[in-house]
Ligand binder design. Structure first.
Ligand SMILES: [Zn+2]
Length: 443
């Protein structure tokens, strides 16, 4: 399994970091003006910084973003309270590790050159906050974040689950509560929590919920080679229409209930932070690392293609002080790095580009997508170029000619960086492969 990405804008940012952090550069990096209020009104001490990733939560399955089931009442309440909110964030990668690597550095996935290039501690979010005197804690319910090891560096405390079931629901909030009780009250906090409740296997839907019929847990078992499993028959197109409809329904039910559970976990965590007086004046980002396919494009799960269900996620931001900014749309979720570090987006924002490279999946997929204004999206896959008008064709079923579209040079530059990264890709170590196998990502 490999992952990869583009350095065109990053060196400038790296240079600024090298000058001792971004905070003194104020206006040069502020976006759309509104975060000025945060810097202008911020208390003399550094604010608490809270980063919560709702793993595997796509926009289209949240009631926050218009889903017709009440899956995310907590996210909706945050929006009502005035948090900056977008349903059009685009994840930097297509699965957990590349997206988190990008969150913690602001780099594009190609910048890591397939794992051959790693950030120094001075370049990471955690390293910079630790250098400012923050106490730092990571609690990850997603076990694959054990690797690469640099993601955990700079954290004073590190708790990573051993399985997808270990830190769901109450177990996760119990860990957060224990961590908050152990804090030094006189130092600012950087807390990162990965909430994995929406990730497969999807939980059983209980009786009496009222908006999803009860059903047993759903496990994709995508690593099984037996061609007769429901997953394999569905993705290969061998499942009949009626059964496929039932299968998709079951997937959507289980996933929606998982999203609901993730939102409940978020509510518990925010309640604990509020109780510990670590929320009101904190700088907070809540987003997801990738989406999920529940049958669209004949796909189930996540990790390879660049269609919207796999990469379009919600992103919410609460500034430490002052009114919430209006977030630009679309927005690359890799900029959680700047939002968390300084409370502002880069200005100008670089174009949004996402790459994926999955040579070991059942169908090899190497691709690049770029998003522009007016819901225009260009997609390149192994030499094939397509354009989608997401407003007229949200399901991405009708590819259009690319022509001389203004985004084409961006796509070509990204594809070039991507190809370079793929060529540099290092094979993952045995430990990483074991983690991915345990997580069901590889055979
Ligand atoms: Zn993930």
């Amino acid at each position: 399994m490999a992952w990869s990405m583009a350095t065109r804008w990053r060196p400038a940012l790296g240079g600024l970091i090298g000058l001792g952090g971004l905070i003194g550069l104020g206006g040069a990096l502020l976006s759309r003006g509104s975060p000025l209020s945060e810097l202008g009104l911020a208390p003399a001490t550094d604010p608490d910084v809270i980063f919560i990733v709702l793993d595997t939560v796509r926009s289209s399955s949240t009631s926050l973003c218009g889903h017709d089931r009440p899956t995310t009442p907590v996210l909706e309440s945050l929006k009502r309270q005035g948090w900056a909110t977008t349903c059009r964030a685009v994840t930097p990668g297509t699965w957990t590790v590349p997206s988190h690597a990008s969150f913690f550095t602001g780099w594009e996935v190609s910048d890591f050159e397939g794992g051959a290039r790693q950030p120094t501690p001075e370049q990471t979010l955690t390293g910079q906050l630790a250098a400012r005197g923050y106490q730092t804690a990571m609690i990850s319910a997603n076990m694959v974040l054990k690797e690469p090891g640099w993601i955990g560096e700079g954290f004073d405390t590190l708790e990573i689950a051993h399985s997808f079931s270990e830190l769901k629901g109450d177990a996760l909030s119990g860990s957060v509560a224990a961590r908050l009780e152990a804090l030094d009250p006189d130092r600012p906090l950087f807390l990162f929590v990965n909430v994995v409740d929406a990730h497969a296997p999807y939980p059983a839907v209980p009786e009496g919920l009222g908006w999803i019929e009860p059903q047993r847990p759903v496990q994709h078992r995508m690593w099984l080679k037996d061609r007769q499993t429901p997953f394999n028959r569905y993705v290969s197109g061998e499942m009949g229409d009626a059964e496929a409809r039932r299968y998709r329904r079951r997937l959507a039910n289980g996933y929606d209930y998982g999203v609901f559970q993730a939102d409940r976990s978020l509510g518990r965590i925010l309640g604990l932070l509020r109780g510990a007086d670590r929320l009101g004046h904190a700088r907070v980002v809540i987003t997801s690392d990738h989406g999920e396919f529940v049958g669209e494009h004949q796909l189930v799960g996540h990790g390879d293609t660049l269609y919207e269900p796999g990469v379009r996620v919600p992103l919410l931001f609460h500034p430490a002080a002052g009114p919430s900014p209006v977030l630009p749309e679309p927005l690359s979720a890799r900029h959680v790095f700047e939002l968390l570090l300084e409370g502002a987006l880069p200005d100008p924002e670089p174009p949004i580009s996402v790459v994926t490279h999955q040579p070991s999946q059942r169908t090899s997929y190497s691709g690049v997508a770029v998003w522009g204004p007016d819901e225009q999206k260009l997609l390149w896959r192994d030499g094939t170029l397509q354009r989608f008008d997401l407003s007229a064709d949200p399901g991405e079923l009708r590819p259009l000619p690319v022509g001389q579209h203004p985004l084409l040079p961006v796509l070509e530059a990204s594809a070039e960086a991507h190809n370079h990264a793929v060529a540099s890709t290092r094979s993952p170590g045995e430990e990483t492969i074991e983690l991915l196998r345990a997580a069901g990502y590889v055979e």
